[in-house]
Design a protein around this ligand. Structure first.
Ligand code: NAD
Length: 484
């Protein structure tokens, strides 16, 4: 299963170009060059995808969950059997280290599909008995045709996280991956054909957000939208979809606090904090970019954390020793550099890293590389500490009391995740209760159980994905009351 130069849409079971036959360039960020092209789809392609999905819906939604399970399980197996090809494609498309795609992104993609293929077999609804009079039971039926739109940071991982529960629940889907990382979604289309997914059940339309993405949001008959991406895009999507009374799941940005108390397991905390700060170049919505450290260990933390950050290897995504690959795109690299410059203007002291791209030699000379950056000395309410950067940039700040650090942690508009490091279980519980976040990790980070609710509060989103929450989102509850 090898990547092609010209990516195609997947509509009605066939691989087809956009109706306009226009293409957009797809860049390999590690070498800074165009290496493939994606269909520049528009409203007409989305309409074609919708019509295919509409034709497929009666059969798919009624074929029974056992049959849907079998097809989806086969799809998961095909991805797993082609792990290396998928991982290499993901690495080339996004700039992330191959070893990350191989050990995290692609395994999680086939796990997502298998998880929801089996979850639907265990999905049950409620009944409410009115003694001696009637029984109510809740039918949970597929919604119909739904739209799924995903970002570039964890391309196949997040694409399948949406598509799998939608399909398992009996919906047909019109989906759009990010135009920055389309390749593994294209490979997924081929895997769907191989798995025998009936035509039109899943349709993948490639193209730009404001054009192909917006056409999905605006489509009058696409009844639910599951979106992961930036908060500003989420706001635009809500503005279009809410007045159309569409069901909406919005997984948006974050500016997550990492709270470190002096009684923590220091070595474990340092290793995990390096990961939570810089994994995938800090381009994970769950990365902890604001690090608050209790004063008695602040200096020790600073010295150790900066030393270890400086040792991180940036470069060749296919090298075993690489920790940080390329930033996903030139535009994103420039955005991160602007944020670093702003942090300096705001009075930040850069302890390591640089506001200049890292110039590699040879093949990667034109790639978008950056050394990880640590700032200290920034006010809590400055833009650097309030706005999402989504890059390898963190700030560190000392604190003295629980009350103070909670105020710092809850000071932003975001509320996706938070991490707490302490051996005091009562304190961990107190802090977890008071944090304004959808997910709290205590003494760990990114430890994921797919059954748990996933999502954010405040400007980090609306609704929850994961486990039964996702199956509830992708089904419409209908109460049936039978009097006896
Ligand atoms: P983005 O919002 O620019 O794009 C996300 C997707 O939306 C892409 O497929 C894009 O083409 C599409 N899109 C853009 N404009 C659109 C429009 N008007 N209508 C419909 N679709 C449109 O986000 P990004 O830069 O790809 O991803 C980074 C952001 O995603 C960060 O803010 C990050 O925090 C967030 N994110 C959140 C989660 C989460 O689970 N909460 C997970 C990963 C990433």
């Amino acid at each position: 299963m090898s990547p092609d130069k010209y990516i195609k849409n997947y509509i009605d079971g066939a691989l087809v170009p956009a109706l306009s036959t226009n293409y957009i360039d797809n860049v390999n960020p590690a070498i800074g060059q165009v290496y493939s092209h994606i269909p520049d789809s528009d409203t007409d392609d989305v309409q074609r995808a919708y019509e295919a999905a509409e034709r497929a819906f009666p059969t798919w939604s009624k074929m029974g969950m056992q049959k849907r399970f079998r097809i989806l399980a086969r799809l998961a197996d095909i991805i797993e059997q082609n792990l290396d090809d998928f991982a290499a494609a993901e690495s080339i498309d996004s700039g992330k280290p191959f070893k990350t795609a191989l050990s995290i992104d692609i395994p999680r993609a086939h796990q997502n599909i298998r998880f929801f293929a089996t979850a639907i077999l265990h999905f049950a609804s409620e009944s409410h008995h009115m003694e001696g009079e009637a029984v109510n039971f809740t039918l949970r039926q597929p919604i119909g045709i739904v739209g799924c739109i995903s970002p570039w940071n964890l391309p196949l991982y997040l694409f399948t996280w949406k598509i799998a529960p939608a399909l398992a629940a009996g919906n047909c889907v019109v989906a759009k991956p990010s135009e920055i990382t389309p390749m593994t979604a294209y490979m997924l289309s081929k895997a769907c054909i191989e798995a025998g997914l009936p035509n039109g059940v899943l349709n993948i339309v490639h193209g730009e957000g404001p054009k192909a993405g917006q056409a999905i949001i605006e489509h009058p008959k696409i009844k639910a939208i599951s979106f992961t991406g930036g908060t500003n895009t989420g706001r635009k999507i809500a503005a279009t979809a809410a007045p159309m009374f569409k069901k909406l799941s919005l997984e948006l940005g974050g500016k997550n606090p990492n709270i470190i108390f002096a009684d923590c397991d220091f070595d474990q905390m340092i290793l995990t904090t390096l990961r939570s700060s810089f994994s995938n170049n800090g381009q994970i919505c769950l990365c902890g970019s604001r690090i608050y450290v209790e004063r008695p260990i602040y200096e020790r933390f600073k010295e150790e954390f900066v030393k270890k950050t400086q040792l991180m290897k940036v470069g060749d995504p296919f090298s075993e020793v690489t920790d940080l690959g390329a930033i996903s795109s030139k535009a994103h690299l420039e955005k991160i550099i602007n944020c670093i410059n702003l942090a300096e203007v705001e009075g930040g002291n850069m302890l390591c890293g640089s506001n200049e791209p890292l110039r590699m030699k040879g093949e990667y000379e034109q790639g978008y590389f950056l050394r990880p950056v640590v700032f200290e000395g920034l006010p809590i309410d400055c833009r650097t500490n309030q706005e999402e950067i989504f890059g390898p940039v963190v700030t560190i700040t000392p604190f003295d009391t629980e009350e103070e650090v909670l105020a710092y942690a809850n000071s932003t508009d975001y509320g996706l995740s938070a991490t707490v490091w302490t051996k005091d279980i009562s304190r961990a519980q107190r802090i977890s209760e008071s944090l304004q976040a959808g997910i709290v990790w205590v003494n760990c980070w990114l430890l994921r159980d797919l059954r748990t609710p996933f999502g954010g509060v405040k400007h980090s989103g609306v609704g929850r994905e994961g486990g039964l929450e996702a199956l509830r989102f992708f089904t419409e509850p209908k109460n049936v009351c039978i009097k006896y």
